[in-house]
Write a protein that binds this ligand. Structure first.
Ligand code: ADP
Ligand code: MG
Length: 307
């Protein structure tokens, strides 16, 4: 069964083609690497799946639903079904490990009972139960990424998108993270991972979709490629990485350009969407826009305190 399907999708930003006539199917339970040079269209591909942007042509179907035609009130539920992990973890520094993971459930209005059940499960699966009451700053990079993955899977999404999840990790830790992603995949979650780490892709032997200049140029099981395309500004997963960590993070973020609106979605935007959908649910058709604005402002103050 298809989990994600793109049918002749084209996305253009002000005359600049980001994706051109892209058709691809990702099945339930697949583990797929999405690779390609900077500017190839990888982030656009992800944003379209999340419906952060809309396609100009074609259709996108996620879990049987036409994302291109989805009404606004269905978007929060759609996104809740997709967990996301980033290169730089994006944990809330003032919250403990447990609270960081629980927060992903709180903002989606899950019951206390569900939170008490799912959070310890997610921590255990990631092997970080013993860090539950520690703060992110007390953890190594690899441990922080485990927390971020626990947060991404705690709502039991059917799809997990990982954007360069090993980009800030040493090779050994990166490999541990890949094993955890493999475990999550084995339990049935579809995984789409954007990466530049050739060594990891080659060792994992999964499906590799290569995008270049807005088109899928290769889609095969196995290897990263024949070295045919340029390395993007994100660093490869090399030993000499640690010195340049900070530089690389900002370079990567720059390279990702318009990605920042998506990354901030992990906090502010998710809360906004939830508040909006709640108001819409309560108020049925007649939406008081000023009430929505007030709720947004409140959510932002709340988040400012968390961050
Ligand atoms: P990747 O993630 O593979 O680096 P993107 O999907 O971010 O690539 O970008 C694909 C193309 O679309 C690039 O040429 C990029 O400059 C362009 N692009 C991306 N976002 C925007 C935007 N918000 N406005 C204009 N052009 C954009
Ligand atoms: Mg990108």
């Amino acid at each position: 069964m298809e989990m994600i399907e793109f049918k002749h999708v084209t996305k253009t930003y002000d005359g600049n083609d980001a994706l051109i006539d892209v058709s691809v199917k990702i099945n339930k339970g697949d583990f797929v690497f999405l690779v390609g040079p900077s500017g190839a269209g990888k982030s656009t591909f992800i944003k379209l799946i999340l419906k952060e942007i809309d396609a100009d042509e074609g259709s996108i179907i996620v879990k049987g639903e036409e994302v291109t035609k989805m009404s606004n009130r269905k978007i929060p539920r759609h996104r809740r079904n997709i967990g996301i992990v980033f290169q730089d973890f994006r944990l809330l520094p003032q919250k403990t490990v447990y609270e960081n993971v629980a927060f992903a459930m709180e903002i989606t209005h899950q019951s206390k009972r569900a939170i008490k059940r799912n959070v310890p499960q997610a921590l255990a699966l990631m092997g970080i139960s013993e860090y539950a009451s520690k703060y992110p700053s007390e953890l190594s990079a690899g441990e922080q990424q485990r927390v971020a993955i626990a947060r991404a899977i705690v709502n039991k999404p059917t799809v997990l998108i990982a954007d360069e999840p090993t980009g800030n990790l040493d090779p050994v830790t990166a490999w541990e993270i890949m094993k955890l992603l493999e475990e999550i995949n084995a339990r049935g979650t579809t995984i789409l991972m954007v990466t530049h780490a050739k060594d990891i892709v080659d060792r994992m032997r999964k499906r590799v979709i290569v995008i270049e200049q807005g088109r899928i140029v290769r889609d095969e099981f196995g290897k990263y490629g024949l070295g045919g395309f340029r390395k993007a500004s994100a660093p490869e997963n090399d030993e000499d990485f640690s010195d340049e960590a900070e530089e690389s993070i900002s370079a990567t973020e720059q390279a990702m350009g318009g990605y920042s609106d998506m990354t901030s979605r992990s906090t502010t935007q998710i809360v906004k969407e939830e508040v909006e959908s709640q108001i819409r649910d309560e108020g049925s058709e007649a939406v008081d826009e000023s009430a929505v604005e007030d709720a947004f402002a409140k959510a932002e103050r709340l988040l400012a305190r968390h961050e």
